[in-house]
Design a protein around this ligand. Sequence first.
Ligand code: GUN
Length: 295
Amino acid sequence: MTAELISGTEISKAILEEIKQEVNEMKDKTGKVPGLVTILVGENPASISYVTLKVRTALNLGFNEIQDNQPEDISQEDLLALIDKYNNDPEINGILVQLPLPKHIDDKKVLNAIDPDKDVDAFHPVNVGRLMIGGDEVRFLPCTPAGIQELIVRSGTETKGAEVVVVGRSNIVGKPIAMMMAQKGVGANSTVTIVHTGTQDLATHCKRADILVVAAGVPNLVKPEWIKPGSTVIDVGVNRIGKNEKTGKAILRGDVDFAKAKEIAGKITPVPGGVGPMTICMLMRNTLRSAQRSM
Ligand code: GUN
């Protein structure tokens, strides 16, 4: 059997269309559009390319987008003052500080200075706590986990009562997606296991998974024989394993041996084109929801 491909490229396009429609409705009703500021410190090439994509997506949706680039040597004090300015700007609904920050800046201090109600990355401890409580308490879901949940739901995978195994316990992906899938409600209500580098027998746990979410950052960590036939496999890994000699572009692989796994799984995400495109899409949705709440 060959698995059904879960295309993040296609699903994110559909969600961006939905967001665009909601932005147009907001503009017609209130004359306002969501406001997002992206703060980029320094000239890290990967960060520049991520921020450029975020800015372009926001502009395409009709958002009020401010790209605030700051020099590498900005002081922590000045950066905190900048965040304070945007915290108090009623036109701004979402504040994103691109990571990593230069070494002389304490990134925890910076992220914790963002108003939790404008924290569209959902990295602030208040939003992490709200996620843990669940239900009406939640303001923003962290973007990559929210994208993963959308892929699971929109692929038609049943989550209620499903065995979900999450490989990896990072604050950005593993821990939040595990908590989200365990909550009561639609697209969740699953039985969740988190496995990590301290787990004795990864294979045994993975083999039980109706939904396997792999966010370990280790290419080909998950072997085909660990996959339960017919299961849904979400590969969050983006590993650069080399360079294409002709194009000069990085060759990307996930954490799952895709070529073999697709013969066993029921549904599977590719790398690239799976989870990746969903993250920016969820950032845009968080900004829209923040604007809707503020009105
Ligand atoms: N750097 C890499 N990924 C992210 C992200 O999702 N948000 C922010 N703010 N910085 C990042």
